[in-house]
Design a protein around this ligand. Structure first.
Ligand code: ADP
Ligand code: MG
Length: 245
């Protein structure tokens, strides 16, 4: 028996005005899969992630998530978006709330958890990302790497079925990149389904099941990391890798 797709994207197009940014993407992601997306700046990677969880409305195409086409205007976007955790380059923590409050806000507000339960889940997650001692701290007192680990824990607090990461280490000082990648690697090992846009090729090689190379709004090539990095088939992929490696 084959594992069913958790996410199935069909012919996804996105225009901003007359600018076609996503030009018909087809992507399937299985439960537990770790997919890394790479590609030049402006190729549509962020737009892809944002369209996938309906922060942007697809112009055309279907986004099946757990069997439901969430691009259909009649479905409850919020209900499905809750099942997708998103981590951005800029951590976007709530500055006026403690770390613990950042983690408990969504579970409490959506009625998913009561106050005490939300707090105990939050403390477990802080332990998981190595920040048990920071529950009462405010975001601005933390380093960038710590803030990003809080952002990951906050996304996990809603027990999502997939985690989407948009260049989670790009805004960090180099010495803090490793601690964030380590947390992500642990998540992957625990079986979390993940879609990660990153320039960290070492991480991609080690952690990804599949790498998608995107350029100019299209998928150019998709392959397991070793194959894509060591033996890229498409000229466009070879060119890109030659620039960055
Ligand atoms: P990447 O993440 O690969 O660098 P983006 O998805 O951010 O690429 O951007 C792809 C293209 O879409 C760019 O030309 C960008 O200017 C355009 N774009 C992204 N977001 C918007 C928006 N909200 N409004 C208009 N154009 C946008
Ligand atoms: Mg981007």
């Amino acid at each position: 028996m084959t594992t069913p797709n958790l996410i199935e994207i069909k012919n996804l197009h996105k225009y901003f005005g007359k600018n076609e940014v996503l030009k018909g993407l087809d992507i399937q992601i299985k439960k537990g899969e770790v997919v890394v997306m790479i590609g030049p700046s402006g190729s549509g990677k962020s737009t892809f992630l944002r369209t996938m969880n309906l922060l942007e409305t697809p112009t055309k195409g279907e986004v099946y998530f757990e069997g439901t086409n969430i691009a259909d205007k009649t479905v409850d976007v919020f209900k499905h978006r809750e099942r997708m955790g998103m981590v951005f380059q800029q951590f976007n923590l709530f500055p006026n709330m403690t770390v613990l409050e950042n983690l408990t806000l969504a579970p409490i507000n959506t009625g998913k958890l009561g106050k005490d339960e939300a707090a105990s889940v939050a403390r477990e997650l802080l332990e998981k990302v190595g920040l048990s001692d920071k529950a009462e701290s405010y975001p601005q007192s933390l380093s960038g790497g710590q803030q990003q680990r809080v952002a990951i824990a906050r996304a996990l607090a809603m027990t999502p079925d997939v985690m989407l990461f948009d260049e989670p280490t790009s805004a960090l000082d180099p010495e803090m990149v490793g601690e964030v990648l380590n947390v992500m690697q642990t998540l992957a090992k625990d079986g979390m389904t993940m879609v990660i846009v990153t320039h960290e090729m070492g991480f991609a090689k080690e952690v990804a099941d599949r790498v998608i190379f995107m350029a100019d709004g299209k998928i150019v090539e998709t392959a397991p990391p070793k194959e894509l990095f060591d033996d890229p088939k498409e000229a466009r992929t070879q060119e890109f890798l030659a620039q960055i490696l």
